[in-house]
Design a protein around this ligand. Structure first.
Ligand code: SIN
Length: 309
């Protein structure tokens, strides 16, 4: 028996993962770019770059800025479009050995529904992740995830067209009550919640008197956001009964255990992959030793067991 395995499931659909470590969308390309750095088949799951109905060029350059505490990005969901992904990228991924999760982005509810129909019918896709949390686009993105009615409508539209695929809804920390948004997504048919996407942020060039990013605003990620992500995951886990996937500043196997301790079922590794392209593989490899060090025999012994008076 594989002691590291976890399951993402609601009452209707389920997805088994050989371990709880997935990649975070937007930090791992379409997967193939990272194949030279490790064995993709060892991952719990591979979440690919956000896909839209038609290709997107993304935001004006520069799109990346380093800060002393984290990374700012304003990529703007540049991608090759869903058809090119299905034709040219997906067939090259080891989908029989690792669950491939498609992250989808739409500028309207109808876009999300169409994408769910296309991706839901694709046997090599294991699950859909609905991006209602990107801070870098003018239409859709976080605007959907910040409005409970829109978040519910998008979740329902995707659920309706996704066939038997689990539907993960990725939420933004840039809201005043994340637990309430998670609850409406659960009621609208989400199989799982992933949180958090990046924090809306900016950086400036004082001497040049201009913003560092072409889009002015971007999303902050990396170790600086881990305490925010832990807080969000803890709050969301107390609010919903579906699985929660923790994302935000995770860069070691110990970090993974911390997120499971506050209630997460699985995690995604994001910015760490940009800093070191073998990060996610290293974390998977380190997980058994970390479990042994902290006396974790089964995930049930740790998940949600944070002692709070
Ligand atoms: C981006 O493409 O701007 C980042 C992806 C995201 O924040 O969802």
């Amino acid at each position: 028996m594989n002691k590291l395995a976890v399951t993402l499931a609601d009452q209707h659909v389920s997805l088994s993962l050989k371990n709880p470590v997935l990649t975070a969308s937007g930090t791992f390309g379409y997967g193939l770019e990272f194949a030279p750095y490790g064995d993709l088949r060892k991952l719990g799951g591979l979440v690919v770059k956000g896909l839209s109905l038609v290709p997107r060029d993304g935001n004006p350059m520069p799109r990346i800025a380093e800060t002393p505490s984290g990374l700012l990005n304003s990529v703007g969901l540049q991608n090759c479009g869903v058809e090119a992904f299905l034709r040219h990228k997906l067939p090259l991924l080891p989908s029989a050995d690792v669950p491939i999760i498609a992250n989808l982005y739409g500028a309207s509810e109808e876009d999300f529904a169409s994408l769910a129909g296309i991706l839901g019918a694709e046997p090599a896709i294991a699950a859909l992740e609905v991006n209602v949390s990107c801070p870098n686009v003018k239409q859709g993105g976080a605007a959907f995830g910040q409005d409970p009615f829109a978040a519910a409508a998008v979740t329902e539209a995707v659920r309706k067209n996704a066939g038997d695929k689990p539907v993960i809804v990725k939420l933004s920390p840039n809201v005043s009550d994340l637990a309430a948004i998670a609850r409406v997504c659960e009621a609208a048919g989400a199989t799982a919640i992933s949180c958090i996407n990046s924090l809306s942020a900016m950086a400036v060039d004082l001497a040049g008197r201009k913003p560092l990013l072409g889009n002015v605003l971007g999303g902050l990620s990396g170790p600086a956001v881990k305490p925010v992500a832990l807080r969000c995951v803890w709050q969301v886990c107390r609010a919903v009964s579906i699985p929660v996937i923790g994302v935000g500043g995770i860069s070691s196997a110990e970090d993974v255990l911390e997120f499971i301790l506050v209630g997460a079922t699985a995690v995604q590794i994001g910015t760490a992959n940009i800093l070191r392209p073998d990060s996610v593989f290293r974390i998977v490899q380190d997980l058994p030793a970390a479990c042994e060090k902290y006396g974790v025999e089964r995930w049930e012994d740790l998940r949600g067991k944070l002692a709070v008076d």
